[in-house]
Design a protein around this ligand. Structure first.
Ligand code: NAP
Length: 495
């Protein structure tokens, strides 16, 4: 199926993509890019080209910043209640179209339809949550300790925001930024990942319908992000960069933003430990691990990357877990029976092959999977390894695939040290029936988010983010997400 065919008939264009097959979404309209280039979108389940989107150039970057600047003043002056109602409408439209959006995500990303449905629900929730937050932005008032002076703190929208998102959650990573930015009163330019631009454009059509004024949200795809993003960050009207992606690219962007001292929020890579103590409920821990490891076929920043199992239960745990992993149905994302879809690209499969080969060469044993599946599509089977050397590459790098290495440990102190032996610090998982121990270990593990006897941490109502080289700032949460898009202005006065 080519989803990009020009047709107004819903059967031939089920995703309504014909509107933007030739256009970037700038200033509330679909505009042709300045250049002739196109970016092909590949279905990872079949390797077929399913669409091609415009390839923005430096001229388009300038047009997008101009559009965001033109809309900035009236959007920041729009009453919070009105902004809230528009965001609420975005939520409602996403819910109405959730099945179509989920199918589109499955098609371009490859993830199992059940995961895509979960993503759409999660992504929509950022609109509902921030619609509620938009009317709760308040300031501060105090008396200076020396007396005489009053301290007034006003929170103002930070300005034009450049938002860059990855391919693994094409809807949620966009709404997690757009919704709080709009709630705060900012205008934005979104650059989605080149592998999954269709979802970002499908959502753009929805913003328009929800009443988001022209220029408040702009979306542009480019195959040359380095100069295009640098040009936008060099424009003094741009005051914020919010990035979700790999730690390596995050470092590069921090350096670029430093040239103009631009405020940065960085949601970067992870290397999550999943710790199971002897006293844990084994079935519950396996259930949690199936979610923490296999949601999105392992292509999640929060994915369990190093699974530490205490020696008393290690072998029984490994056996039960392997049975669950080996039984998963691998197939195309859009097939409703699929439990594990393909990887995003051939390169991603090759990386996993390298990590597994390295682990085996250092003494690791494969209990299931471990070999790339033949045929078309970027498939890698659910894989379990034991006896993996901690220094092997998969202990240090994000696996970003359906591969679960188990490490045996003896003591609490030993596992805390092992969990913290990484440059990353995004999510961590702990399973124990001893809540005192659970809280103690949670306080000592260096991560921005801890799941205690749970396999899922993400929640729009909770602050999401990492420590160490997993990032700077938080998204979501009661005030954290919006605060990233606001500046405190202090007014000294006396009366
Ligand atoms: P990536 O390679 O870092 O790319 C992310 C985005 O940055 C894409 O839109 C990409 O555009 C763009 N980009 C790449 N190089 C750039 C540059 N030099 N200047 C400006 N933009 C640039 O990451 P990915 O492979 O898409 O996503 C996987 C990574 O994201 C993993 O490390 C994962 O842990 C992380 N992640 C983190 C979170 C979190 O919340 N902490 C959530 C999800 C994912 P192109 O697509 O055009 O290259």
């Amino acid at each position: 199926m080519n989803v990009n065919q020009h047709s107004s008939h819903p059967d031939q264009d089920p995703f309504g993509l014909s509107a933007f097959s030739d256009g970037l979404y700038i200033g509330g309209a679909w505009r042709p890019a300045a250049g002739e280039g196109r970016i092909e979108v590949i279905d990872p389940s079949t390797e077929a080209v399913i669409a091609a989107v415009p390839d923005a150039t430096l001229a388009d970057a300038a047009t997008a910043v101009e559009a965001a600047a033109s809309a900035a003043e009236s959007w920041r002056e729009t009453p919070p209640r009105k902004r809230s109602e528009i965001l609420r409408r975005c939520f409602e439209l996403m819910v109405e179209r959730s099945e179509t959006l989920a199918r589109l995500i499955s098609l371009e990303n490859g993830k199992a339809l059940r995961d895509a449905r979960g993503e759409v629900a999660y992504a929509a929730e950022f609109f509902r949550w921030n619609a509620e937050e938009a009317v709760r932005i308040s300031g501060e008032f105090g008396i200076a300790p020396a007396g005489g002076n009053r301290i007034v703190v006003d929170y103002q929208p930070i300005g034009i925001c450049v938002l860059i998102t990855p391919w693994n959650f094409p809807a949620a990573m966009a709404t997690r930024k757009i919704a709080p930015a709009l709630a705060a009163g900012c205008t934005v330019i979104l650059k989605p990942a080149s592998e999954t631009p269709l979802t970002a454009y499908a959502l753009a059509a929805l913003y328009e319908e929800a009443g988001v004024p022209p220029g408040v949200v702009n979306v542009m795809t480019t195959s040359t992000p380095v100069p295009v993003i640098a040009a936008m960050l060099a424009d003094p009207r741009v005051r914020k960069l919010s990035f979700t992606g790999s730690t390596g690219v995050g470092r590069t962007l921090l350096a670029e933003a430093a040239k103009n001292v631009i405020s940065c929020s960085m949601e970067l890579g992870g290397n999550a430990p999943f710790i199971v103590f002897d006293d844990a409920d084994i079935d519950a821990a396996i259930e949690g691990l199936m979610v923490a490891k296999m949601r999105n076929a392992g292509e999640a920043c929060t994915a369990a990357n190093r699974i530490y199992v205490q020696s008393g239960i290690h072998d029984a745990f490994a056996e039960k877990f392997t049975r669950r992993m080996a039984a998963l149905r691998v197939g195309p994302g859009v097939d409703p029976d699929t439990e594990c879809g393909p990887m995003i690209t051939r390169k991603a499969v090759e990386k996993i092959e390298r990590l597994v080969a390295d682990a085996v060469s250092r003494g690791g044993h494969v209990l299931c999977g471990g070999r790339t599946l033949a045929g078309r599509g970027f498939f890698y089977p659910p894989t379990v390894l034991v006896d993996v050397a901690p220094a092997s590459d998969m202990g240090c790098e994000e696996i970003f695939g359906p591969v679960a290495p188990l490490y045996r440990f003896e003591t609490e102190a030993e596992v805390i040290a092992a969990a913290n032996d990484t440059e990353y610090g995004l999510a961590a998982y702990i399973y124990t029936r001893d809540i005192g121990r659970g809280m103690r270990v949670a306080s000592k593990v260096e991560a921005g988010m801890i799941a205690l006897n749970r396999g899922l941490v993400s929640d729009p109502a909770a602050p999401f983010g990492g420590v160490k080289q997993s990032g700077l700032g938080r998204e979501g949460g009661q005030h954290h997400g919006i605060a990233e898009f606001m500046e405190a202005k202090y007014i000294a006065t006396s009366f």
